[in-house]
Each structure stands twice: as structure tokens, then as C-alpha cells.
Design a protein around this ligand. Structure first.
Ligand code: NAD
Length: 369
């Protein structure tokens, strides 16, 4: 009997609609092979939702996402909605809102080198050889969700006048929030090379000292087979460039993880290749790590591989379809080895007839499947 899964599609803005179409193409091809129907339905998020409904995350979208078996998102944002007005709706609020609404407290960002693209990295080949790491970022707590305020007072003005602006953001964690992200990291490490690097700023921040204590308690009592390394966030920023192949699983606070995962992404040199998964205790969400690339939106030249690799993660983490996920990874690896490139991946040695557009790359993945 055909298995059926309901997928909530969130194309969002910029190149979003172009790349998600290729993700669906690949999903359908895999479904046909594995006797699985993926029933996809689109909802609004980000700037597209602000334009249509006045808010970046309409309730109908959150309801559709909650009811689905998995959510496939492309990207949100663009200059049209850029504003410094703290009261105006912003596309990114849609992302933060859906993460919170679905209880997605874990963001997994794998960083792996495709041999055929090793030349795209700005790092030396011997430094990036064998890089295979996973950033586990806490997603619903920490600095991005703490209390914040902007106001005027005498202190804000300094020596210049009666009143000036002041602002603060708060970094706060509860014990259970650290326990559950630590468990996700140790579980991931158990399926990999059994090493967790816990990243904090324990020499300065109280939240970090608590983070370190809890990660060690969970690790030592529940995962004694997994090695724990502590690293300060500033040192991690250096070591990721210095010895990236030494890292297995890296677990960290929300903002640290935001920054470090972008840095880790650059190890590959190919933003268009990096997928991510956001997991909680219910419906999970899968998306590329890059943004909506407004500079190339509508041209049909975006690289859909990060979106397609987020479909791979969906098959693995939401549906346990590991063979199908392996098929996608193999197809992508093989077509890259055969020299196929989108515009962002090509270099001086790429023949013109090996450069394909967005839809062309989606077709190639299906062909190699
Ligand atoms: P970006 O990732 O959109 O683009 C950075 C550069 O990489 C651009 O030159 C772009 O053309 C290129 N690029 C990105 N993805 C590509 C792809 N698949 N194929 C080919 N080239 C690709 O980052 P940005 O320019 O800083 O942000 C643009 C908008 O995206 C902003 O509004 C930002 O807020 C938003 N954004 C959204 C997300 C998200 O939805 N998760 C993440 C980051 C940024």
C-alpha cells in the first residue's frame, strides 16, 4: 500500500518559489520509486505573507504546518520589506514565529565537503580534506528570544544632553532547554564519530557556566560513550578555520550557533549546497541555509541543491527513509563529479555546456536518481 505524507510547502520570497519547485520535483521522483505519496500544499510566509495578509506568519500557515507531517521551507526576506521601524512587520519574524510555534528547539546544520567542489573553498585543500561536521544550534531560547527594550533616559545621553537612547537584549536559559538540546547533540554524535564540542563563553557569561555544567551532567550520566570537548566561542571561530576536520558535533547557544554555522558554511565555499533541519518534539522543518538571494531572484539561475539536500534531511529525520535519502546524496555527488554546475558553483574550468539553470539542476538530480 502506498504510504502518504502531507508536506506543508513554504516558498517564501526571492528565489524561494524557484528552488522549492525543484525540491518538490525530487520529492516526487523519490516517492515514485519508494511507493510513497508526498501530498504538498503551499502556504504563505515572510514578505509574501506580509503583502497578502499583513503579517509574516498568518495563523492559517502555522495551523497548516502543525497539521503536516513535515514542513519544507525555501527562504524569506528581501529589500522590499527591510525596515528599521521596530513596529513594522518583518519577514524574518515569520521564521522565528514558526520555529517557536512548532517548538523547533534544535537546528541541525551539516557541513560536508563534496570532493568535486573542494576547489570552491577559500581554505587550503589539506585543511578541508575530510570535513564532516554538524552544528547543533539551540533555536528557541538564548539571546534571540530574551527580553529586549529600547528607551530614552539620562544615562543614554552621556554628557551631551538630558536624554538619549538605551537598548538591551537578554540572554536567558532554563535548565530543561539546555538538557534537551544537549540530548539532541549527544544522540546525533552517537550516529556519527561520538564527539561533542560544547561551545560557550563560560569565562564571561553566567548562562554559559550553567550551559557547560548541564551539558557535562547529561553527557557523563546518559552518554558516557561520547567524548565532550568545551570550547569558548571566540576560540571556536578560529578553530573552525584552523582544524575544521577535527569537529564532529558542535552544540551551542542560539546566536553563537547562528554565527558559527554561517562561518562553517563558508568552509565549503558553496552557500548553495548547505541544508538544515529544525527539530522539536512534533512536526520538523527543513530549509536551505542560505537566504532569499534577492539579487538573482526571478532569473531562474539559483542553485536548488541546498533545497534538494534539505529534502534529503526530511527523508532521513522525519520519515526514516534512509535509502531514499542516500539516493539523493549519491545523485548529487555523482552529477557534481560529472562536472555539472549551476552559475554559483562554476569556475574558470567549467565548460559552458555543463552550466545549468535552476530547473535544469532539478532535472539532473531526477535523472541521476
Ligand atoms: P543570501 O543567502 O540570500 O545571499 C547571499 C549571496 O549568496 C547572494 O549573492 C546570493 O545571490 C547568493 N546565493 C544564496 N543562495 C543562493 C543559491 N541558492 N543559488 C545561487 N546563489 C545563492 O543572503 P543575504 O543576501 O544576506 O540575504 C538576502 C535576504 O535573505 C535578506 O532579506 C535576509 O534577511 C534573508 N535571509 C533569509 C534567510 C532564511 O530565510 N532562512 C537566511 C538568511 C538570509
Amino acid at each position: 500500500m502506498t504510504t502518504k505524507y502531507n508536506i506543508c510547502l513554504l516558498p517564501g520570497d526571492g528565489i524561494g518559489p524557484e528552488i522549492i519547485a525543484e525540491g518538490v520535483k525530487v520529492l516526487n521522483a523519490v516517492g515514485a520509486k519508494y511507493d510513497t505519496e508526498f501530498a504538498c500544499e503551499e502556504s504563505l510566509i515572510g514578505g509574501a505573507a506580509i503583502d497578502a495578509a499583513g503579517e509574516p506568519l498568518p495563523q492559517a500557515t502555522l495551523d497548516a504546518a502543525k497539521a503536516a507531517d513535515a514542513v519544507l521551507l525555501a527562504a524569506v526576506g528581501g529589500p522590499k520589506w527591510d525596515t528599521t521601524d521596530p513596529n513594522a512587520p518583518r519577514p524574518e519574524q515569520g521564521l522565528l514565529g514558526i520555529r517557536k510555534g512548532l517548538g523547533l528547539y534544535t537546528n541541525l546544520r551539516p557541513v560536508q565537503i563534496f570532493d568535486a567542489l573542494a576547489g570552491a573553498s577559500t581554505l587550503k585543500p589539506e585543511v578541508i580534506a575530510g570535513v564532516d561536521l554538524m552544528i547543533v544550534r539551540e533555536l528557541t531560547g538564548g539571546l534571540y528570544f530574551g527580553k529586549r527594550e529600547r528607551f530614552y533616559d539620562e544615562e543614554g545621553a552621556g554628557t551631551n544632553g538630558a536624554k538619549g537612547q538605551r537598548a538591551y537584549d537578554t540572554l536567558e536559559y532554563r535548565e530543561y532547554e539546555i538538557e534537551r538540546i544537549a540530548r539532541q547533540a549527544f544522540e546525533a554524535a552517537r550516529k556519527r564519530r561520538k564527539k561533542v564540542t560544547s561551545v560557550d563563553k563560560a569565562n564571561v557569561l553566567e548562562t554559559s557556566r550553567m550551559w557547560r555544567e548541564i551539558v557535562h551532567r547529561i553527557g557523563e550520566t546518559e552518554y558516557p560513550d561520547v567524548e565532550i570537548e568545551d570550547l569558548l566561542v571566540d576560540n571556536t571561530a578560529m578553530q573552525l578555520i584552523n582544524r575544521p576536520a577535527d569537529f564532529d558535533v558542535v552544540v551551542t547557544e542560539n546566536m553563537f550557533g547562528d554565527i558559527l554555522s554561517d562561518e562553517a558554511a563558508q568552509i565549503t565555499g558553496s552557500l548553495g549546497m548547505l541544508a538544515s533541519a529544525s527539530l522539536g518534539d512534533g512536526t520538523a522543518l527543513y530549509e536551505p541555509s542560505h537566504g532569499s538571494a534577492p539579487d538573482i531572484a526571478g532569473k531562474g539561475i539559483a542553485n536548488p541543491l541546498a533545497q534538494i539536500l534539505s529534502v534529503e534531511m526530511m527523508l532521513r529525520y522525519s520519515f526514516d527513509m534512509n535509502d531514499a535519502a542516500d539516493d539523493i546524496r549519491r545523485a548529487v555527488t555523482n552529477l557534481l563529479n560529472d562536472g555539472w554546475r549551476t552559475g554559483d558553483l562554476k569556475d574558470a574550468t567549467t565548460p559552458a555546456d555543463k552550466v545549468v539553470n535552476c530547473a535544469g539542476m532539478g532535472d539532473l538530480v531526477v535523472k541521476y536518481l
